[in-house]
Design a protein around this ligand. Structure first.
Ligand code: ADP
Ligand code: MG
Length: 288
């Protein structure tokens, strides 16, 4: 049977916007030694501003942005929202067909009957497009039309103010290692990691690569030590499911993410992880 104190813990957590699927997950937080974060939307705001548009083909900058916006119009990735906002006009969905989102890569779609690609370097390599590697600290969206490279859009996101605090509080709670896993470029990832004081950063990962990193970290820790993964739920359902405790943030993540997570944090504050661990420690004291 479940000791009564656990219900107190679950209740205390839910008052802070931390929803637990079972007392065992709250209990497991007592033994967390590794906290692994997703980057975009979890540690960073997930709200990007377009900082540069580079045309390398026949299109004007406005046309390039229009193709990007049309391509992103069915995606709920933070990148898509940002491109659509920069475009600022209504998308004519009547000219879009065969939409395909390739997780960790970008979009493949037909617009005005042309084959359009909008995504990262991985997508360009996969589709054998000859492209430019710009030196920038932003996230790059390359655009190709009918096999020809048309240029790129640079967007930048910034760390959440709460994220630095979150990482510091975890250190104070005795966490051995904080890790950031991301599908974004290495240089962007390193900069965010430094700004936030995250111990280790691994970039350019696909969702399945993130699972492999979790498995690798798992192999290095003792059975008693727990590992948690914290994500915003976009592209990271497999990792949420694989971690000892999977935590989805933002509350309004996809149904699949809420399904895969063990704990759901209703706000977009990563410091709620430290709050949850503190509640778990207090609950254990009362119970035992
Ligand atoms: P993160 O691990 O930072 O949360 P994701 O795994 O969601 O990032 O995405 C990894 C990378 O894949 C992005 O940084 C981007 O380069 C590319 N990508 C994913 N979705 C899209 C999209 N809708 N449009 C363009 N690029 C995308
Ligand atoms: Mg993400």
């Amino acid at each position: 049977s479940i000791p009564l104190g656990f219900f107190g813990g679950i209740g205390a957590a839910s008052k802070k916007g931390i929803l637990t699927k079972g007392s065992n997950y709250l209990e497991a937080l007592n033994d967390v030694k590794y906290v692994v974060f997703d980057k975009t939307g979890t540690l960073t705001k997930g709200v990007f501003n377009v900082t540069h548009i580079q045309t390398e083909g026949k299109l004007t900058a406005n046309e390039l942005l229009e193709y990007a916006a049309f391509a992103e119009s069915y995606s709920n990735h933070p990148i898509a929202q940002s491109v659509l906002q920069a475009y600022g006009k209504d998308v004519n969905k009547g000219v879009i067909e065969g939409y395909e989102e390739i997780s960790g890569h970008g979009i493949k779609v037909k617009i005005y009957g042309k084959n359009v690609l909008a995504g990262n370097a991985k997508l360009m390599r996969k589709e054998q497009i000859d492209f430019i590697h710009p030196e920038t600290l932003g996230t790059v969206i390359h655009i190709a039309i009918d096999g020809a490279y048309e240029g790129y859009i640079v967007i930048s996101d910034e760390p959440k103010e709460d994220a630095r605090r979150a990482v510091q509080q975890l250190k104070q709670l005795g966490i051995k290692k904080t890790v950031m896993l991301t599908g974004d470029a290495q240089n962007v990832a390193e900069k965010v990691g430094q700004q936030l004081g995250v111990d280790e950063v691994y970039a350019e990962l696909l969702p399945q690569d993130k699972v492999e990193w979790i498995e690798r970290l798992d192999a290095h820790k003792s059975q008693k030590e727990k590992l948690i993964f914290v994500g915003d739920g976009i592209n990271d359902t497999p990792v949420l499911a694989r971690a000892d405790v999977g935590i989805a943030m933002g509350g309004l993540g996809s149904d699949a993410a809420i399904e895969a997570a063990d704990i759901v944090i209703m706000t977009d504050e990563p410091s709620k992880i430290a709050t949850a661990i503190t509640i778990a420690k207090r609950t254990r004291k009362i119970v035992w």
